[in-house]
Design a protein around this ligand. Sequence first.
Ligand SMILES: Nc1ncnc2c1ncn2[C@@H]1O[C@H](COP(=O)(O)OP(=O)(O)OP(=O)(O)O)[C@@H](O)[C@H]1O
Ligand SMILES: CC(=O)N[C@H]1[C@@H]2OC[C@@H](O2)[C@@H](O)[C@@H]1O[C@H](C)C(=O)O
Length: 377
Amino acid sequence: MAALCAIGLMSGTSMDGIDIAFVRTDGENRIVAGPSMFVPYDAAFRRRIEAALETAKAIVRREDRPGDLAELETEISLRHARAVEAFLKSEEGHWGRPDVIGFHGQTVLHRPATGVTVQLGDGALLARETGIPVVYDMRANDMAHGGQGAPLVPAYHAALARSLPKPFAGKFPVVFINIGGISNVTYVPAQGAPVAFDTGPGNTLIDQWVSREGGVPFDAGGAIASEGGVVSDVVGRYLENPFFEKSGPKSLDRNDFTLDLARGLELSDGARTLAAVSAEAILKSAEHVPEKPKLWIVCGGGRKNPHIVGDLRSGAERVGAQVIVAEDAGLDGDATEAEAWAYLAVRSLKGLPLTFPTTTGCREPVSGGVLAEPQKS
Ligand SMILES: Nc1ncnc2c1ncn2[C@@H]1O[C@H](COP(=O)(O)OP(=O)(O)OP(=O)(O)O)[C@@H](O)[C@H]1O
Ligand SMILES: CC(=O)N[C@H]1[C@@H]2OC[C@@H](O2)[C@@H](O)[C@@H]1O[C@H](C)C(=O)O
């Protein structure tokens, strides 16, 4: 199959909005990342999704939609359709004619221990609304094959690692770090399959903290944390969680870590301490990769918090690794996940594996995703 033009749509655990990105790819090593756009959710809609995480706790079978979840699923899908339309109408949207959309949806429940992962997103509706074929529900088949259902971005990270520009080309092992709501890493060796797993809370605790204590959705530029200091005892208590001792494959639900351990801290000390938790959680993961990484590449919104990146850099440099942000290697750190969903959609169409035993624990490399054709849906 020749290269296809794909759009990826990601609405992640931060629940801040929809990332949209173009990628032209053969689903293997040929990747040209195109323009991207972000369509933020308004505060009220974000609160509705937050409330849905509670409602979703009543889900037993993954197709269950208790309370208002069916209505919310339709609303999320329509918001994605409008976002695609806006993207295609913008100047950036003239980059290509999309052959397929890779649609993540909104995770409202993730329970790998019982094999349930739920992303609200009606692929058939999105295909109908946009007139473009949609690949969605990409996590389920991995779980059906014994995998964690996450992370899925490692196949894309691995392809990116193999095409880095100078002076980073060939600096294996390379580790990609995604600091979203939750953080996850992909270890890419010079040869062979990537090794990946979730690493801990990324921005979610910081977001919840500054929202509750300071009335703002996130700590822009780490400004609040800059006024405070790290409370080491609290960092230590977070790191006592047995999750950090386990080696991969492992994945997290957004609610697996809470603010309980930060109770009583002052606003800025809390923001600074939780940034340290985010960095230390990632540094801990280095203990579970096969060999010492030479290069760490940081993607996701957390790379804009200088405290997280600073702590990460000092920790990694102590063990001889270089830490850069995505842009240093010519990548777009805001769009990496959306690009990954575009790439995975093309892999799905080609029947190529999305996940591997070393990335999710699936029994063998497996493809996945459901295809919705506009005319049939
Ligand atoms: N300028 C900024 N300064 C500090 N932090 C920022 C800034 N911009 C975004 N962030 C943080 O990044 C978060 C969004 O990151 P991102 O878009 O990578 O998450 P996501 O895709 O929702 O998550 P996940 O990877 O878990 O699916 C915001 O909620 C915020 O905490
Ligand atoms: C179940 C789910 O949605 N997990 C997300 C979440 O956000 C980050 C981390 O936890 C990762 O495991 C995953 O997303 C990324 C994009 C992934 O699957 O690679």
